[in-house]
Every structure is written in C-alpha cells, then in structure tokens.
Ligand binder design. Structure first.
Ligand SMILES: [Zn+2]
Length: 191
C-alpha cells in the first residue's frame, strides 16, 4: 500500500483517539508521527494534542471536508506545538526542517478530501482507501457491513428469490411424493 495512505490511516486513528488510548497510540505509531507533545500544554493551558485533535476533527466534519486553508493552519499549528514541546527540555528528533508524517497526511487529505469519511456503523473517522470503501476495519463494523449488504440484496431481490425458493421447495416435495408413490407401488408389487 502507498505509504502516504498508511500515514493517512494513522491520522484517522489520531482523530478518533480517546484520552485513555494515548499511551498505546504513542507507543505503537512511533515517536515521529506527531511531535512528542502528549504532555505539552498550550498557551491557554489546555493539552496541545487535544487542541490539535479538535482542529483535525473540525476538518473532518467540514462540508466539503478538509478545506485547504484550514488544513494549512493545522499543519503550521503542529509546527508550533513542536516548538513548544522541544524548546524547553528536549531537542527535536531530527533537524530543524523536520516535517512529521501527520503534517504530510493532512496535506494529502486536503488534496484528496473525498477520502475523509465517517464509518456508518460506529461513527468513527475513516480514510477511504478506494472510492467504494466507507467503513472502518473494526471486526464488528465489518460484520455489520456484511449483514447490511445481505439485507440490501434481499431488499432488492427478495421477492424473486423467495418465489424461486418456493418453486424449488415445491419441486422437491412433488419429487418426494412421486418417489413415495413409486416405492409404495414397489412394495405392493412384492406382496
Ligand atoms: Zn466502524
């Protein structure tokens, strides 16, 4: 898969992230996806990552999603959060002009805003890999989508299918009956 698409999926994970999942996310995506700003406080005192997330969620919900000017603002904002995080006690992991994958992914989404979707089952933010994909990859949502596809197919073809089933059942019954008749005839023949 295209690496930028993988980064966009990770961006969706960040957009859906709950405060209790921060540690897991931080450890699983590696330190460079976003600045290591998980404890950094904004000028107003709020947590920087939650501000960035709120901004990102607004981009996702905008109609159409990811308006480019706003997306650029978030990219710049992440840069400021990086400065806030690293200027005091830590050095950034790479050189001065370091761009983190999240910033690249935001740009990618601004160029491909049709990919920003919501899972119709759980409501989480999803990056569509193809024009037809809409759901997130959670097992429960996947199963729900299979059931929905089945329901939809039955809604469209149910009448026809039910009629066909009835016909086959009738045929099977009459076959059985005629088989029984032949069998009983055979018995009669023996006696
Ligand atoms: Zn879902």
């Amino acid at each position: 898969m295209d690496p930028i698409l993988v980064e966009a999926f990770t961006l969706a994970q960040f957009a859906n992230l709950k405060p209790t999942e921060v540690e897991r996310f931080r450890n699983s995506v590696g330190p460079n996806f976003l600045p290591d700003f998980w404890e950094t406080r904004n000028w107003g005192g709020s947590l920087a990552w939650q501000d960035a997330q709120r901004f990102l969620r607004d981009l996702w919900s905008a109609r159409p999603p990811f308006p480019q000017a706003e997306a650029v603002k978030l990219i710049i904002r992440i840069d400021r959060y990086r400065d806030l995080t690293y200027s005091v006690e830590k050095k950034p992991p790479v050189g001065e002009d370091w761009v983190c994958p999240a910033q690249r992914a935001i740009m990618f989404m601004a160029v491909n805003p049709w990919r920003a979707r919501f899972c119709p089952t759980c409501g989480e933010r999803v990056v569509a890999a193809t024009a037809r994909s809409t759901r997130c990859d959670k097992q429960s949502c996947f199963e729900e989508s299979r059931r929905a596809t089945k329901r939809e197919a039955w809604r469209r073809n149910g009448k026809q299918w039910r009629a066909k089933l009835k016909k086959t059942a009738k045929k099977a019954r009459s076959k059985k009956q005629s088989a029984r008749v032949t069998a009983s005839r055979g018995k009669k023949g023996k006696t």
